[in-house]
Design a protein around this ligand. Structure first.
Ligand code: URA
Length: 248
């Protein structure tokens, strides 16, 4: 059983406040009866809920945060390698796919979802969604490299990289840094360091847009995103507002 307003949100009728207004206007019927109370409980797979001219069908998207360990590939299937899907319980594998890729040896935050529209928006080069990585790098990283990252680097693509932020945590023979990039080109962080004469020896993603890796998750573990985390990603990518609360 689920509250009617939550049910309508999860079936694509908008945010909690948009849904409340639909209810207030008397546009929602449960089993043929108009219902205005957002707290009314519905049985997700049994009750018939109609909003305006559309039935609310319960097939909720899954949103999972995985702490990807090194040694698995970011794919749904692979002939030889273990994939991130192999880390999920069978019930959670339904239709999910990784939102972007981390290299086999990269650890950290990986979002898996069945929501293709959200994934598309998070990965769209136009959206410039920030990704933050912690890296250990062979070679001294100084403010000069930070300036080069800010200005953009030639990494063998048509265009130089977009401005990236490089925060130096420790500078030495082995340096520790936090890197923020707005793109997601193949091996991008590694290639950016190569371009300034350094080599990444450890890489971990900490954040993607508004989503941060839950540090209580051990490498290899995962959990569902909270409603707030899902909403923040949708807000960031303009998902609800651009489709005026309706997703078909
Ligand atoms: N940049 C890389 O080089 N590798 C990753 O896995 C992610 C970003």
């Amino acid at each position: 059983m689920m509250r009617l307003d939550k049910f309508l949100c999860e079936t694509g009728f908008g945010t909690r406040s948009q849904v409340k207004s639909l209810l207030k206007k008397g546009l929602v019927q449960v089993n043929g009866e108009t219902v205005k109370r957002p707290e009314q409980k519905v049985e997700e797979t049994k009750d018939q809920v109609v909003c305006g001219d559309r039935e609310a069908v319960y097939a909720p998207f899954l949103y999972l945060m995985l702490h990807k360990p090194a040694g698995v590939v970011s794919a749904t299937e692979d002939a030889r390698e273990r994939t991130v899907l192999d880390l999920l319980e069978p019930k959670d594998r339904r239709d999910v796919f990784p939102v972007g890729r981390l290299d086999k040896d990269t650890e950290g935050l990986l979002l898996l979802t069945s929501d293709g529209e959200l994934a598309h928006r998070l990965l769209s080069p136009k959206k410039h969604v920030d990704k933050i990585y912690y890296a250990r790098v062979a070679g001294q990283v100084t403010p000069k490299e930070a300036e080069q990252f800010r200005e953009g680097l030639e990494i063998g693509e048509k265009e130089p990289t977009l401005p990236a932020e490089l925060e130096i945590v420790e500078s030495g023979e082995i340096s520790e840094v936090l890197v923020t990039i707005q793109e997601g080109k193949f091996h991008q962080v590694k290639r950016m360091f190569e371009a300034v004469g350094c080599r990444v020896i450890y890489l971990k993603r900490l954040c993607m847009g508004s989503l941060s890796l839950d540090e209580t998750l051990q490498a290899g573990a995962y959990r569902q995103l909270t409603d707030e985390e899902i909403q923040a990603l949708k807000d960031l990518t303009g998902l609800v507002s651009e489709s005026s609360g309706r997703r078909n």
